[in-house]
Ligand binder design. Structure first.
Ligand code: ZN
Length: 289
């Protein structure tokens, strides 16, 4: 591990009664996810899991946006740093080519997201502003999603030649024609539109977001702990019986065929689409460019 004394902190953790509040705290980069942030998030979920007084976990975000997705090139992007791994797999830093990318994404994206989705305490994502691409992964691992009326959801990664992000739960949750539209066009869906499809639980005014989320979390927290665990397991079990896990495995492997194809044909995993190109294209898709 890197020198922990020098490690920047991207996650805040607090408890309010029986609810753990875990905050993404990298607002200057719209809570873009580097590996340190994801590892610290994993540690925060572990802390909530280990605390018997915590019944419910809220995943929230400081700043204007929930998360703009994976870090695509800030100075703090930290792919090169050694990190503790969630799976008993090889160290990707000593690998190259498709093996390197496949190994790292199995661990840090698919692996961590599945671990979090299977956390035995119910979780609620509290979403404002942008919830884009990798941001969807963090919201979708939660049991419930409460969004403010200024929130929007978008998966624009087909521009990079890949069929969705590494943990693609949203395509499984959306009706099939809408899912196709969501990916092919890569446009923003408003919180209201996601609500209409049953992908999120509440749409509330921005200034009521925290209050409404806290009310739901506090209410759930009054239920018996083991009852909540079993209920969550029942829901996860049913989803997987319906094909969620298998469908996401299939998409993950196509995602890696796409990375390999991009690397062979363009010399770049995402076809040369950097953060600036994506931001420009996304604004255009939203009618802002
Ligand atoms: Zn990827």
């Amino acid at each position: 591990m890197a020198d922990s004394a020098a490690e920047p902190v991207f996650i805040e953790y607090e408890t309010r009664g029986a609810v753990a509040w875990v905050w993404l705290n990298r607002p200057s980069s719209s809570n873009a996810q580097n590996y340190r942030l994801l590892d610290q998030l994993d540690a925060a979920f572990r802390r909530a899991t280990d605390d018997d007084a915590v019944r419910v976990v809220v995943l929230a975000a400081r700043g204007k946006h929930f998360s703009a997705g994976h870090d695509m090139g800030t100075p703090e992007k930290d792919l090169h740093l050694p990190r503790a791994r969630s799976l008993l797999w090889d160290d990707p830093l000593t690998k190259e080519g498709a093996e390197k990318q496949y190994t790292v994404e199995q661990d840090v994206y698919l692996g961590l997201c599945r671990r979090w989705a299977e956390m035995n305490k119910p979780s609620i994502a509290m979403v404002q502003g942008a919830c884009v691409a990798g941001g969807l992964m963090l919201a979708m691992v939660c049991d419930m999603i409460v969004a403010s009326d200024d929130a929007f959801f978008q998966d624009p990664v087909v521009r990079m030649g890949v069929p969705g992000v590494e943990y693609t739960a949203h395509l499984w949750e959306l009706p099939t024609r809408i899912a196709r539209e969501f990916l092919y066009l890569g446009q923003r869906f408003s919180a209201q539109r996601f609500y209409d499809f049953g992908v999120i639980n509440r749409v509330v005014p921005r200034d009521k977001l925290e209050e409404e989320t806290a009310a739901i979390a506090d209410e759930i927290a009054t239920r018996p702990r083991f009852g909540l665990t079993l209920t969550k397991q029942a829901m996860n079990f049913i989803e997987n019986m319906q094909g969620k896990r298998a469908s996401m495995d299939a998409i993950f492997h196509m995602h890696h065929l796409a990375h390999a194809h991009n690397q062979l044909t363009t010399g770049n995993l995402v076809g040369g689409m950097g953060a600036k190109d994506m931001a420009k294209a996304n604004k255009k898709a939203a009618g802002e460019g």
